[in-house]
Design a protein around this ligand. Structure first.
Ligand code: UDP
Length: 444
């Protein structure tokens, strides 16, 4: 048996696949051989990882099912459809080369039973952060207490069990199938507890108290080995084509003058919100780089998002719009002074590592919790607490990009950024946690 062969099974969503492939690269650098099992849907490009072995399985999703429009339904279908092909390919790999351990996304809950039946240890990666994961573990209690049905001003009430969260920060996923939502969450938690370890792309200095809560709740070894992106050469895991023309454009802008606006790979807005954002950006008078990816605006059936009349005339010369950006490179660019984000965990961690203050516009799930941590715990961003209005957007952009408030955030970010660098160096918290993870896997 190859004691150093690891099999990874990433979830086929951008924000999950990127950190899973980064973790695979980190463990490859520690001497492990890497096999990746992946679905046809959103498959990674094997050419970008010549040292890894890739195995594709059929996810059996119909054309309409292969969509993130109803995320809960997609996750449920993937877990149902992949059981048979995944079990077959995993058994085949095990019989050919032998495997030390299976590492899957937490959301692949069906894989725990498969691993058990093959007597193979399974470790899970939670690609969201420990602070939001803890909020997910409280969902049954929050439901029982009626917090999940809070409406209107009650949404601004605190959650006493989990400060500094407010009721509106509880992770929720909008779906046509709420009963499936409960099932996916419950199975994800139950099977995580049965895993042999839980890995996070975070670090002790950033989320020490949440990691303590996770350890108490799950009672399995927990490894905080992030930030992953600082430990790998570069990410090649983009599912959409990056428009690199924004880099020469950024080169021509003043230092810290440009607001980068991107809402990740899944979040969708309606046309009214889209217009509000556009006018807020236009009236702010600040230069901006805006990612309008296909599907960002709901209900257009493949048509491009229609910018409001007169918008382009107002922003010519100080703006650029792309379909997908090389985000890490953009955030590292000296011209970037702020990041208007949907608060996906990868985006937040990338922003922290580059020291860029944030404007938060969370949409669903962990993004709600993340935004509260950005504004109230780390105090490196602001949020529109009273909805999305162009006057507030205009003021918010100025607060971040021009006023003292933004400068103070940059000072606080300098400390977090420094911690993010120190923790991965010899003797640092993530460095040690990675050593423990390697020793743990080798002990199986
Ligand atoms: N990203 C990118 N280009 C873009 C927008 C996003 O490369 O134009 C990357 C970003 O760097 C991050 C990932 O896509 O690594 C998005 O993950 P996140 O957890 O922030 O959000 P999600 O897409 O899962 O909602």
């Amino acid at each position: 048996m190859d004691q150093r062969r690891l099999v990874f099974f990433p979830l086929p969503l951008q924000g999950h696949q990127t950190p899973m492939l980064q973790l695979a690269s980190i463990l490859y650098s520690k001497g492990f051989s890497i096999s990746i099992i992946h679905t046809n849907f959103n498959s990674p490009n094997p050419a970008n990882y010549p040292s890894f072995t890739f195995h594709s399985i059929s996810d059996n999703l119909s054309e309409s099912e292969a969509s993130t429009e109803d995320l809960t339904l997609l996750l449920h279908n993937l877990n149902m459809n992949c059981l048979v092909p995944f079990s077959a390919i995993l058994s085949e790999i095990m019989s050919e080369v032998g495997v030390a351990c299976l590492i899957t996304d937490v959301i692949w809950y069906f894989t725990q039973a498969v691993a058990d039946s093959l007597d193979l240890p399974r470790i899970v990666l939670r690609t969201n952060n420990p602070s939001s994961f803890i909020a997910f573990t409280y969902l049954p209690l929050f439901r029982e207490k009626g917090y999940l049905s809070a409406q209107g001003s009650k949404l601004d009430e605190p959650v006493p069990e989990l400060p500094p969260l407010k009721k509106k920060d509880i992770p929720r996923i909008h779906t046509r199938f709420p009963e499936l939502n409960d099932e996916v969450s419950r199975k994800m938690m139950e099977t995580s507890k049965a895993a042999r370890g839980l890995v996070f792309n975070s670090f002790e200095e950033l989320e020490g108290s949440s990691l303590t809560l996770v350890r108490q709740h799950f009672q399995i070894p927990v490894f905080a080995v992030g930030p992953f992106q600082k430990q790998v050469q570069a990410s090649f895991s983009s599912l959409l084509t990056e428009d690199r023309s924004c880099i020469p454009w950024l080169n021509a802008q003043q230092p810290k003058s440009v607001l980068y606006v991107s809402f990740g790979s899944i979040a969708a807005i309606d046309e009214a919100q889209f217009h509000e954002i556009a006018w807020g950006l236009a009236h702010s008078k600040q230069p901006f780089l805006w990612v309008i990816r296909p599907g960002l605006v709901r209900g257009l059936n493949g048509r491009g998002a229609p910018l409001p009349n007169g918008f382009l005339e107002m922003v010519t010369g100080r703006s650029m719009i792309v379909g997908w950006a090389p985000q890490e490179e953009v955030l590292a660019h000296p011209a970037i002074g702020g990041f208007w984000t949907h608060c996906g965990w990868n985006s937040i961690l990338e922003s922290i590592c580059k020291g860029v203050p944030m404007i938060c516009l969370p949409f669903f799930g962990d993004q709600m919790t993340n935004a509260r941590y950005v504004t109230d715990v780390w105090r490196v961003g602001l949020r529109f607490e009273k909805g999305l209005k162009q006057e507030d957007i205009e003021k918010g952009i100025k607060r971040i990009m021009v006023e003292k408030e933004g400068k103070e955030m940059i000072q606080r970010l300098a400390v977090l950024k420094d911690n993010a660098s120190v923790c991965i160096q010899k003797g640092g918290s993530s460095y040690q946690s990675l050593e423990s993870l390697v020793a743990h896997i080798l002990s199986f």
